[in-house]
Design a protein around this ligand. Structure first.
Ligand code: ASP
Ligand code: MG
Length: 408
């Protein structure tokens, strides 16, 4: 008989101290039996990664990417080792593996490496020996033997990649919230837990600022159709399934509201309005390794135009440097920037078959006296860039206007 394979991922808050680690070990052991193998991916304890980043910043302004990855990968190795000990204390044989030992091969892009494959030999061997496998998330190794990390929140990606590699029957993502909500329940108490959401919606929510799961991990889950179950490690209740399609969602236009305060805006003033200019600007920014989000180009009246775009706040220095260089080449008059902006978005697969959703969003924002700076849309989302201090109000107001607390 084929054994069932369960992959579980525990986030940093689920293993934040010894007591939580013991509680997680108990849960893991409740899954393991002679017909079920369990592989666990674990994040670093609580704020460990942030603390390590801060520590490095006290030592140098300019750490090498290589050493930074080596440093950050330690966080997950601590939690994996401790969790393996706790699981053994609980009576299940277990083995902790670093990403390297677990066979996570990545490309060389330190800090945001891509998983190229998993050599599952070591994991399969451990399963054969009846062991629960605990893998340090967020990390891998290059063909040259360099330790890499997969980008913030990367343990989710480790879990999804592992679920694919071992052909898991279930992939559970344990966190400190009970599932995916219509919006952030810490900010809007009326937020409602969704029983299911599609990969596409989750992808939009994750990249637009809902911080429950890393966006890249959802992309991979979607590509290989790996259903995910996001749930709390503090409770028994079922969480939210992330799946290919959810039937009832056709009836509602909007599934969730998100916000993102981590963007900044750059404007290049008076660049020539002629072919090739945008290409030149955005090539320069891409070369600086910065990804651009919303882009707006104004109509030109004088053969000159302003181009505005948003970038992650954390990349603003790099982005400004690249923009100023290209602005000079193009003869632009000025480069402006602002960090006091935020994005508010509504998301829903149902938008494909509903009209007037954008109009309603703009009306609601207007009603709350919130000015819209930039607008971006996708097939299943509408985003507005507004001033930072209005964004919480915008989320609350939109959540109410689209009756998300009620659901259907
Ligand atoms: N510890 C890493 C981070 O905080 C990876 C993760 O938690 O998934 O970003
Ligand atoms: Mg984390």
């Amino acid at each position: 008989m084929k054994k069932r394979i369960v992959v579980q991922k525990y986030g940093g808050s689920s293993v934040k101290d010894a007591d939580r680690i013991k509680a997680v070990a108990e849960r893991i052991c409740s899954y393991k039996n002679k017909n079920t193998d369990v592989a666990v991916v674990v994040s670093a304890m609580a704020d460990t990664t942030d603390d390590l980043i801060e520590l490095a910043a006290k030592i140098t302004k300019d750490p090498t990417d290589r050493e930074m990855d080596l440093l950050l990968a330690c966080g997950e190795q601590i939690s994996a080792s401790l969790l393996a000990m706790a699981v053994r204390e609980h009576g299940c044989e277990s083995v902790a593996l670093t990403g390297f030992q677990a066979g996570f091969l990545t490309n060389k892009e330190h800090g945001k490496a891509r998983v190229e494959g998993i050599d599952g030999k070591r994991i399969k061997k451990a399963f054969k020996e009846g062991k629960v496998v605990i893998v340090a998330g967020f990390q891998g190794v290059t063909a040259e033997g360099e330790i890499t990390t997969l980008g913030r929140g990367g343990s989710d990606l480790s879990a999804v990649a592992l679920a694919k590699a071992v052909k898991a029957d279930v992939c559970e993502i344990y966190t400190d919230v009970t599932g995916i909500f219509t919006t952030d329940p810490r900010k809007v108490p009326e937020a409602r837990k969704l029983s299911a959401i599609t990969f596409d919606e989750m992808l939009e929510m994750a990249s637009l600022g809902a911080q429950v799961m890393q966006a890249r991990s959802i992309e991979v889950a979607k590509r290989y159709n790996i259903p995910l179950h996001v749930r709390s490690s503090y409770a028994k209740e079922e969480g939210t399934m992330i799946v290919k399609s959810v039937k009832h969602l056709e009836e509602v236009a909007v599934t969730g509201v998100t916000s993102n305060k981590n963007e900044a805006k750059i404007t290049i003033c008076a660049v020539p309005d002629q072919p090739g200019v945008s290409a030149q600007i955005f090539n320069a920014i891409a070369k600086a390794g910065v990804s651009v989000d919303v882009i707006v180009q104004n109509v030109s009246h004088t053969k000159k135009t302003d181009v505005s775009f948003t970038v992650p706040k954390s990349d603003i220095v790099k982005a400004l440097k690249a923009t100023e260089e290209v602005a000079k080449k193009l003869g632009a008059t000025d480069v402006l920037h602002s960090k006091d902006i935020a994005r508010v978005s509504i998301v829903g697969s149902g938008m494909r078959s509903h009209q007037g959703i954008a109009a309603k969003m703009f009306e609601v924002l207007a009603g709350a006296k919130i000015n819209i700076d930039m607008i971006a849309t996708s097939e299943i989302s509408i985003s507005c860039i507004i001033t930072l201090d209005k964004v919480d109000t915008a989320v609350q107001t939109l959540h109410k206007a689209f009756s998300l607390e009620k659901g259907k």
